[in-house]
Design a protein around this ligand. Structure first.
Ligand code: MLT
Length: 215
């Protein structure tokens, strides 16, 4: 299906192959800086998750013409007020999309890369009711909320690059530690790569999906 601008975000929606399966996952795809709603569709398809629908919004913040999901002041330095605002705006979009497209709001899995992984982590921390699980490729800690949620029902995979020149290792480790502290079922894998996604990321994500969801 082509991208459309309903519900306040340009987005792509690909329905589940089985419209009767109310229990199927929805994969929420969140691209990196300069990307768009098409970028992660091939990766989502490679995971071969049975009957999954795909909801893929384009970030609304432009940085020199490049779409992102929230404003930053410099590389790795976030505008926290904007991040909070955009997190709620995106969470509301997902909530509304779940009604319009008849998606099970208890079964939304984020698959985010870089800036998209960071806003996915922010949704988990600020609006945890929106996501049940997440695959975070190359994330860093986006913020620490004043009130910590309990994420004991959330399944999360972090796939990080051991030689990532953009995301310092300690920033990913801080996110992992915070998610552990709030009791998320989180695991982390370090790939022998930089910021770019590799085949190993896809394999790691596939294996994690099979073990977390018995698919
Ligand atoms: C961000 O701004 O979210 C991170 O620095 C990753 C990036 O988009 O470069």
């Amino acid at each position: 299906m082509n991208a459309n601008n309903r519900l306040g975000f340009i987005h792509k929606f690909i329905p589940s192959e089985s419209l009767e399966d109310n229990n199927s996952l929805t994969l929420l795809l969140l691209h990196g800086t300069g990307g768009n709603e098409n970028d992660l569709v091939p990766i989502a398809k490679m995971l071969e998750i049975k009957n999954a629908a795909i909801l893929s919004p384009r970030g609304k913040v432009l940085e020199n013409g490049m779409p992102r999901f929230f404003r930053r002041l410099a590389e790795g330095v976030f505008d926290i007020e904007d991040l909070k605002f955009r997190t709620n705006e995106l969470a509301d979009f997902i909530h509304n999309a779940s009604k319009v497209y008849t998606l099970n709001l208890n079964r939304i899995m984020a698959i985010g890369y870089s800036n998209g992984a960071n806003i996915a982590a922010s949704i988990l921390l600020l609006r945890p009711e929106i996501l049940s699980s997440a695959i975070l490729f190359r994330p860093m800690i986006p913020l620490v909320p004043d009130t910590l949620p309990n994420l004991s029902s959330k399944h999360i995979l972090i796939s990080a690059g051991a030689h990532d020149p953009i995301i310092p290792r300690y920033q990913t480790e801080e996110l992992f530690d915070l998610l552990k502290k709030v009791e998320a079922r989180v695991s982390i894998q370090w790939q022998n790569s930089g910021h770019e996604l590799t085949q190993r990321d896809v394999v790691a994500a596939s294996e994690w999906v099979s073990s977390a969801f018995n698919t």
